[in-house]
Write a protein that binds this ligand. Structure first.
Ligand SMILES: [Zn+2]
Length: 239
């Protein structure tokens, strides 16, 4: 039997409450929380039908969203310039729960690397999404190591999906490392045609090692990313 697993969080009342738990409330980035709204254009009470105006940032850290190359690269592709077949196909789930520090490193998935095939969506499961409603979700979250990102590029992955908010080591800033502001993992992945799906939910609910994955954004001309309804489909392959 075919089974669909929803890998996106619902977007709703939780968005404003997430700003409460976001530890850098005063930063410019808090706009991603305050710029979500849903307002009536027509209502049942007045017009006998409903139509709404929905406002969203192109990157929604509170649910699964696509980073198109243009997000970080001035000459990178926008969503409409990416072929639609990029957004669906085989995926492989790598279990990264054994990580010892914050980093999802080559070491913690080394034994599973052979399972990555060309054009796969590589889903890195850390179970960090279980902290979704806590302040910790954005603070001290996992990141992808440079070495692992390079292997995913070398293996010609189609995309990388993560169940945490951002693939960068955001603590580098606190340690005052040189170029700490530079999103080096984004540059490496997006610069080599590997797009990123951030803030995915429920990777732990996937039971197949290689499910079919759908992560379709709306085809908005010039968009640097877009929320996606990410779905893993199991039971498609003959046993
Ligand atoms: Zn990103």
């Amino acid at each position: 039997m075919v089974r669909a697993i929803d890998l996106s969080f619902p977007i709703g009342g939780n968005v404003s409450s997430m700003l409460e738990t976001f530890t850098h409330k005063d930063s410019d980035y808090s706009k991603v929380f305050t710029s979500f709204s849903i307002d009536p254009l027509f209502t049942h009470a007045v017009n006998n039908f409903s139509m709404q105006k929905i406002t969203l940032p192109s990157h929604t850290p509170y649910t699964a969203h696509l980073d198109a190359p243009y997000h970080e690269l001035q000459n990178g592709k926008t969503v409409d310039q990416m072929p639609v077949d990029k957004f669906l196909g085989d995926a492989v789930v790598l279990d990264a729960r054994s990580r010892s520090g914050r980093g999802v490193t080559l070491e913690c998935v080394r034994k599973q690397l052979d399972e990555i095939q060309e054009n796969d969506a590589v889903l890195l499961r850390t179970d960090w999404d279980k902290k979704y409603d806590s302040p910790e979700y954005f603070e001290g979250s996992p990141f992808i190591s440079m070495e692992l990102a390079q292997v995913l590029v070398d293996k010609k992955a189609r995309c990388v999906g993560i169940d945490f908010p951002i693939p960068e080591d955001t603590e580098r800033r606190k340690r005052n490392e040189p170029d700490a502001e530079k999103p080096v993992i984004h540059y490496l992945l997006l610069g080599n045609g590997v797009y990123i799906i951030e803030s995915m939910a429920n990777l732990h609910k996937i039971s197949e090692k290689r499910p079919f994955l759908i992560t379709l954004p709306l085809n908005i001309v010039g968009a640097d990313g877009f929320p996606v309804r990410a779905v893993a489909v199991e039971g498609l392959k003959a046993k």
